[in-house]
Design a protein around this ligand. Structure first.
Ligand SMILES: *Cc1c(COP(=O)(O)O)cnc(C)c1O
Length: 359
């Protein structure tokens, strides 16, 4: 064990892929961008393939090429190329490239595997409704393998934008069919839609957060028994007593009302611990939740042990699946006023990753 580490449970990844595949009944794309949401792209990709993920999805060209370099031979989709990318490398490696504009199409040879993205309301990547007819007319000369789009608010199905986006997606498919683009893989659902919008499954779903065992809407999604794959833990660096009135950490944002014991945890924002968690998040030490006191530093945080005196070297769990009483990534997201995607993805820095559950 390292002094501070990310423990990744690959059995949880495999379990989640299996469960999600059973739930949707269509092929699944394991989204492994951003170093597998902080879990390590290659081990996660391997585990997802072992559990039957038909596709891998990544943002960048480098991510897609790294998967091929590691020996992955299955379908891979990449959706965020930039003008400087050597698209020829992707084409040579049989990687599906997402195209948003006619100009991008022209940079690709006719035998390239091309997926077209329609912007149905997220207003991020993708061709707008106005650009779509011209794009599909042009694209029929290429090997179009897929058409897809992305939801803005799928974790909240009471939002009418979901229906509007799917309606635009269906219209875009019809326009493409009129241009002769048929028999393509159609996909729209991310985790929120996988769990909450059965009518959005089409031919493939793209599972990110849910594959890592977390819910896009904690408490509001069906309980499929998904298992969070990431635990962040450290060795307790130091235990000491402070008197009443002592202020803790930079800026003195917390002052001990009574004499207490403090624990020094050797992880900070250099490891991805959000500064916004100061005085709000908790960790598990010796079977009890211990609140963070004072500001989060670059290398360390201080927690209140409330008079207890665990030993330096004891286990500190920042978050994990929650089954041993530790906080979850969802708890950290609430404490830090962010989303669990950001909590898990930013964990890194000097943390060492250790894999359990095979591989
Ligand atoms: C990141 C991403 C996903 C995965 O989203 P989750 O909500 O994490 O499941 C799916 N599709 C696209 C295009 C993405 O960028």
């Amino acid at each position: 064990m390292s002094r501070a580490e990310i423990v990744v449970d690959l059995a949880a990844i495999r379990h989640n892929v299996t469960v999600l595949k059973q739930h949707v009944g269509v092929p699944l794309m394991a989204v492994v961008k951003a170093d597998g949401y902080g879990h390590g792209m290659l081990p996660v990709a391997r585990a997802a393939r072992e559990a039957g993920a038909e596709w891998l999805g990544v943002a960048t060209a480098d991510e897609a090429l790294a998967l091929r370099a590691a020996g992955d031979e299955g379908p891979i989709l990449c959706w965020l190329t930039v003008p400087g990318d050597d698209l020829g490398l992707l084409v040579d490696q049989q990687i599906d490239v997402t195209v948003y504009t006619a100009a991008e199409l022209e940079r690709l040879p006719k035998h390239a595997r091309v997926q077209l993205k329609i912007d149905t309301g997220l207003s991020r990547g993708g061709a707008t409704r106005a650009q779509w007819p011209a794009l599909v007319a042009r694209a029929s000369a290429w090997d179009v393998t897929g058409i897809w789009s992305h939801f803005a608010t799928s974790e909240d199905q009471s939002d009418p934008s979901n229906d509007e986006q799917q309606k635009l997606f269906d219209e875009a498919l019809a326009i493409a069919a009129d241009a002769g683009i048929v028999d393509v893989t159609r996909h729209l659902a991310n985790s929120g839609a996988i769990l909450l919008r059965p009518q959005a499954r089409y031919d493939l779903v793209r599972a990110g957060l849910s594959m890592y065992g977390l819910s896009p809407a904690p408490g509001a999604t069906p309980d499929l028994g998904l298992v969070p794959a990431m635990t962040v833990r450290a060795d307790l660096a130091l235990v000491k007593e402070i008197p009443a009135g002592a202020s803790v950490s930079y800026g003195g944002t917390w002052t001990a009302p009574v004499r207490t014991t403090l624990g020094l945890v050797p992880v900070g924002y250099g490891e991805g611990v959000p500064r916004a968690a100061a005085n709000r998040a908790e960790v598990l030490i010796g079977g009890k939740r211990r609140p963070i006191r004072g500001s989060v530093c670059m290398d360390q945080v201080v927690v209140d042990l409330g008079g207890d005196v665990p030993r330096a070297g004891d286990d500190v769990v920042l978050f994990g699946p929650g089954t041993g009483g530790e906080p979850t990534a969802d708890d950290w997201a609430v404490a830090s006023e962010t989303i669990s995607w950001e909590i898990i993805t930013r964990m890194g820095g000097r943390l060492v990753r250790r894999y359990e559950g095979g591989n």
